[in-house]
Design a protein around this ligand. Structure first.
Ligand SMILES: C[S@@+](CC[C@H](N)C(=O)[O-])C[C@H]1O[C@@H](n2cnc3c(N)ncnc32)[C@H](O)[C@@H]1O
Length: 343
């Protein structure tokens, strides 16, 4: 059966390697592929490192040079032909990957959604039962629908996180929470924290964050979000309050002696260094992470040697961490996010 795959475009070769030779690529562009793949293989893509998401294609049609209301009409016919019951709460997503019909996704969704409502469909944006999608790729309109079972499903992986952020990096942490099913930790150490996106994300969820970086955090933006952020010279237990960020303005090696007896429930590491250096930084403060603490870390790597980076970092971290999982998240660029647990 044909499936639409949203993929990490900076790891093209790794995507193809992960799909295997039995999978036939029918159509593709930088961040999306239409592939012919068995149902069993498609189900296994849920755990894939380089594939963000995959959706079955139920219909396809050439779109030719349709414009204006004829274009909206074509999309409407595609959605109706999917046979979604009018009793289902339906969200429609129109994703124009590279056909550029001159509409924003929102405009066309509103126009087609309004027409569907007039025809008796029940449109529900927040908690739909069914997601129906119409995806334009290389002059072809691919459509399908899936039941959501309460999941937040989006075809375009960048549409899910919309709020204003301190840094783009903050989206990566929000994605890591959803992807690895993380729980909010009580105390977290954030290595390479500036300008503060990850720290803010965790403090907003209620964690006490120790942010370590010789660069400044964006104190003004963090403060505007109602989060208390303080520069400190050392960590005292009484200062570790939920929803607070304590900033040690120093490189990690100098900061470790200032952490006192802290035992964190989570360590985050997003330093702008190679994977091995990053892993060494984490090991340097592993004694400050309690048994069972979660590690979230980005591993910067080159496109070609992904397997080598993964192996080396995993073997180095293996002395102190277990249950390693890897996933390229939509907001990762030349890097992979790693999840592990302190032994
Ligand atoms: C990509 S930024 C981190 C972005 C951050 N996660 C956020 O959400 O805003 C990388 C940071 O790592 C810091 N860094 C690099 N090496 C470091 C080290 N050894 N110790 C502490 N911070 C380090 C840099 O100063 C830089 O601010």
């Amino acid at each position: 059966m044909e499936h639409l795959l949203l993929v990490a475009d900076s790891f093209r070769e790794s995507v193809l390697g992960e799909l295997g030779s039995s999978c036939k690529v029918i159509d593709e562009t930088h961040n999306a592929m239409v592939v012919d793949i068995s149902e069993a293989r498609a189900r296994r893509l849920d755990g894939a490192m380089f594939v963000y998401s995959h959706f079955p294609i139920l219909r396809k049609a050439r779109i030719g040079n349709v414009k204006g209301s004829a274009y909206a009409g074509l999309l409407l016919r595609q959605v109706k032909a999917l046979g979604v019951p009018r009793s289902s709460r339906l969200r429609l997503e129109c994703y124009d990957i590279n056909c550029k019909r001159g509409y924003s996704a929102k405009d066309i969704e509103v126009s087609v959604g309004t027409a569907l409502e007039k025809d008796g469909y029940c449109i529900e944006l927040k908690s739909p039962d069914v997601l129906a999608y119409v995806v334009l790729l290389n002059g072809v309109c691919y459509s399908g629908s899936v039941e959501t079972h309460g999941r937040k499903l989006f075809i375009d992986p960048f549409r899910i996180y919309k709020e204003k952020r301190v840094s783009r990096a903050e989206f990566k942490m929000a994605e890591a929470f959803d992807t690895f099913g993380l729980k909010v930790p009580r105390v977290v150490i954030d290595i390479g924290a500036a300008p503060g996106g990850w720290s803010l994300c965790l403090a907003r969820k209620g964690a006490a964050v120790i942010a370590i970086d010789s660069a400044l955090l964006d104190y003004a933006s963090i403060g505007m979000q109602g989060i208390v952020v303080k520069r400190v010279r050392t960590i005292r237990h009484g200062d570790l309050r939920p929803g607070t960020i304590l900033h040690i303005k120093s490189r990690l090696d100098k900061a470790i002696p200032l952490l006192g007896g802290v035992k964190a429930d989570m360590v985050m590491d997003d330093i702008n260094a190679g994977g091995m250096e990053s892993a060494k930084a984490v090991l340097g403060c592993a004694a400050q992470a309690r048994e069972g603490a979660v590690l979230i870390m980005t591993v910067k790597c080159l496109r070609r040697n992904v397997g080598k980076y993964v192996e080396e970092v995993e073997s180095l971290l293996g002395t102190q961490f277990r249950a390693v999982q890897w996933k390229v998240l939509p907001h990762n660029r030349q890097e992979i996010t790693l999840y592990a647990i302190r032994k």
